[in-house]
Design a protein around this ligand. Structure first.
Ligand code: CP
Ligand code: NVA
Length: 300
C-alpha cells in the first residue's frame, strides 16, 4: 500500500523518531553513498512559488539516485482544465512519487485519493509538514531534546503554525502562539492536540508568550494567496514583530527560528534574524536532510 505524507500525523511517533535519526545520519555523511532510489522518477507539482522546498527536494532526489521532474501547472494540461483526479491517475503510471504545493488542502487530498503513488505535501494553506520535520531536527540539534522545550510562535496561526502544533503534540514540545484575535491556528488541529494531552496555548500578548521561550519562531504575516489582505494584515500584526525587545524577554540561550522567506522589518527585524541566536539557515539546510529521510521511508 502506498503511503502519503499529507500531514505530520501520517507518521507514527516511532516513525517520526526514526526519521529524525536517519536525517541526522544522512547529514553526518553516514550512508552518503546510499542511492536507494536509483532509476526512479519523482514529480514536483507546485502551484505556488518555492525556493527551499523545491530545491531541497530536487537536490535530495538527485542525491538518492532518482530524477526529479518539475511540473509547472501552467505547462501541463492541468492548467488547461484537465482534472486533478485524472492528472493523479496518469502521473501514477509514470512516477514513483510526487511532491505537491497547492492552495486548499482538499485539492491535495483529492490528488492523493486518486493517486497510486505516494503524495508528499510540499505546503497547502492548512499544513506545512515538511517544514515541521526540519524544525524538529533543528530544535533537537540545538537543544539536545524535544520533550519539554518551550516553543513560542509569534504571529499568524497559519499552515506553519498548524504543523508545529501537530509536531509539538507528537514530541512533547510545549507550544505557545501569540496572535491577534481571529488569526488563531486551525481550531480542529488545536483542539485535537489538546485532547491528546499536548501542551498548546493561544495568548494575545507576545511579551507574555516570549518569557519562558527556549525557541522563538516567526513566519510571515501574509502567506501566499493572501496578498489581497496585505494592508489589513500589516496593520493588525504590527505588535507581533520578533524584535530585540522580545528577544531580551526570552531565556538567555533562546534560539530564533523562521521557516523563510522572511519579510525583514515586518515579522522579524534584521538584528534578530542576523543575531548569533538565529538558526534560520541551519533550519533551511535541514529541509534537505529530513526530506531525504522521508523519501527513503515512503518511496519503494
Ligand atoms: N520554508 C519554505 O517552505 O520555503 P519555500 O517557500 O522557499 O519553499
Ligand atoms: N506561511 C507561509 C510559509 C511559506 C514557506 C506561506 O504559506 O506563504
Amino acid at each position: 500500500m502506498k503511503r502519503d505524507f499529507l500531514t505530520l500525523k501520517d507518521l507514527s511517533r516511532e516513525e517520526l523518531d526514526a526519521l529524525l535519526k536517519k536525517a541526522s545520519e544522512l547529514k553526518s555523511g553516514k550512508d552518503a553513498n546510499q542511492c536507494l532510489l536509483i532509476g526512479k522518477s519523482i514529480g514536483l507539482l507546485f502551484e505556488k512559488a518555492s525556493t527551499r522546498t523545491r530545491i531541497s527536494f530536487q537536490v535530495g532526489i538527485y542525491e538518492l539516485g532518482a530524477q526529479a521532474i518539475y511540473l509547472n501547472p501552467s505547462e501541463i494540461q492541468l492548467g488547461r482544465g484537465e482534472t486533478i483526479e485524472d492528472t493523479a491517475r496518469v502521473l501514477s503510471r509514470y512516477l514513483q512519487g510526487i511532491i505537491i504545493r497547492t492552495f486548499t488542502h482538499q485539492k491535495l487530498e483529492r490528488f492523493a485519493q486518486n493517486s497510486a503513488i505516494p503524495v508528499i505535501n510540499g505546503l497547502t494553506d492548512l499544513h506545512h509538514p515538511c517544514q515541521a520535520l526540519a524544525d524538529l531536527l533543528t530544535i533537537k540539534e540545538k537543544k539536545g531534546k524535544l520533550k519539554g522545550v518551550h516553543l513560542t510562535y509569534i504571529g499568524d496561526g497559519n499552515n506553519v503554525a498548524n504543523s508545529l502544533i501537530e509536531a509539538s503534540a507528537m514530541t512533547g514540545i510545549h507550544f505557545t502562539i501569540a496572535c491577534p484575535k481571529g488569526y488563531e491556528p486551525n481550531g480542529t488541529i488545536y483542539k485535537k492536540a489538546r485532547s491528546e494531552g499536548a501542551i498548546v496555548k493561544i495568548v494575545r500578548n507576545p511579551k507574555e508568550a516570549a518569557k519562558a521561550a527556549d525557541v522563538l519562531y516567526a513566519d510571515v504575516w501574509v502567506s501566499m494567496g493572501q496578498e489581497k489582505e496585505s494592508a489589513k494584515r500589516e496593520k493588525l500584526f504590527k505588535g507581533y514583530q520578533l524584535n530585540k525587545r522580545l528577544l531580551k524577554l526570552a531565556k538567555p540561550d533562546v534560539i530564533v527560528m523562521h521557516c523563510l522567506p522572511a519579510h525583514r522589518g515586518e515579522e522579524i527585524t534584521d538584528e534578530v534574524i542576523d543575531s548569533p541566536q538565529s538558526v534560520v539557515f541551519d533550519q533551511a539546510e535541514n529541509r534537505l536532510h529530513t526530506q531525504k529521510a522521508l523519501l527513503e521511508l515512503l518511496i519503494k
